[in-house]
Write a protein that binds this ligand. Structure first.
Ligand SMILES: Cc1cc2nc3c(=O)[nH]c(=O)nc-3n(C[C@H](O)[C@H](O)[C@H](O)COP(=O)(O)OP(=O)(O)OC[C@H]3O[C@@H](n4cnc5c(N)ncnc54)[C@H](O)[C@@H]3O)c2cc1C
Length: 174
């Protein structure tokens, strides 16, 4: 799944491809590496198209019978129709009631939206994470730049996650 950005060279090219055409990948950027059972609980925070690596990690953990890590996914999107794989995530909640929880929030909800409203804020995290700030936890974030800056901080500002008690070593950007 690739989001097309108006004027975006790569995403526009990808969206122009037809079935049967080829794309050559010259390499992969190495991101954070996952080790099963390294921590008791992993929190994945996704914004918009940033759901893609979060979904893959959740799928990998839940699909590995040897990995007993609990997963909480917090997923912010613009509108209800921007929430991807909702059915699959709700299915995971039923299949793994003690290990998988998902929280959706939309910043521009439709009239009939039943989802939580707003962005990923301190109060949403406090509500969704009973073990907020726990040292037995790792947090992974992938979202638009403004969301990542708010959660992870910048060179000159502390991010929300640190303010809520997570250590720098617990916080990862995909
Ligand atoms: C490892 C990795 C893999 C990736 N894989 C893919 C991929 O497969 N496909 C793809 O298309 N892109 C991918 N990306 C790109 C990246 O995830 C998106 O470009 C990025 O998340 C932008 O999202 P968006 O434009 O959909 O966000 P938007 O739709 O603009 O926003 C999403 C949500 O963020 C909220 N938000 C905005 N600002 C803030 C804020 N300050 N605080 C809190 N919430 C805020 C909005 O309200 C909204 O709810 C990947 C990136 C990385 C690092």
């Amino acid at each position: 799944m690739v989001k097309q950005y108006p004027g975006g060279k790569a995403s526009t090219h990808l969206h122009s491809l037809q079935p049967g055409q080829h794309l050559i990948f010259v390499g992969a950027i190495k991101g954070p590496q996952w080790t099963p059972n390294r921590v008791r609980h992993v929190v994945l925070i996704a914004g918009g198209a940033g759901i893609t690596p979060c979904y893959q990690l959740a799928q990998g953990i839940l699909g590995n019978a040897q990995d007993q890590t609990a997963v909480t996914l917090i997923y912010g999107a613009n509108g209800d129709r921007d929430i991807l794989w909702k059915g699959q995530m709700e299915q995971w909640q039923q299949t793994f009631p003690d290990r998988f929880k998902v929280r959706f929030t939309v910043s521009e909800p439709g009239e009939n939206s039943t989802l939580a409203r707003g962005r990923v804020t301190a109060s949403l995290l406090q509500d969704a994470l009973p073990d907020l700030g726990s040292k037995e936890c790792e947090v992974y974030v992938c979202g638009p730049p403004a969301m990542e800056a708010a959660l992870l901080g910048t060179r000159s500002t502390k991010g929300l996650l640190e303010e809520l008690g997570y250590g720098k070593e617990q916080i990862h950007k995909f």
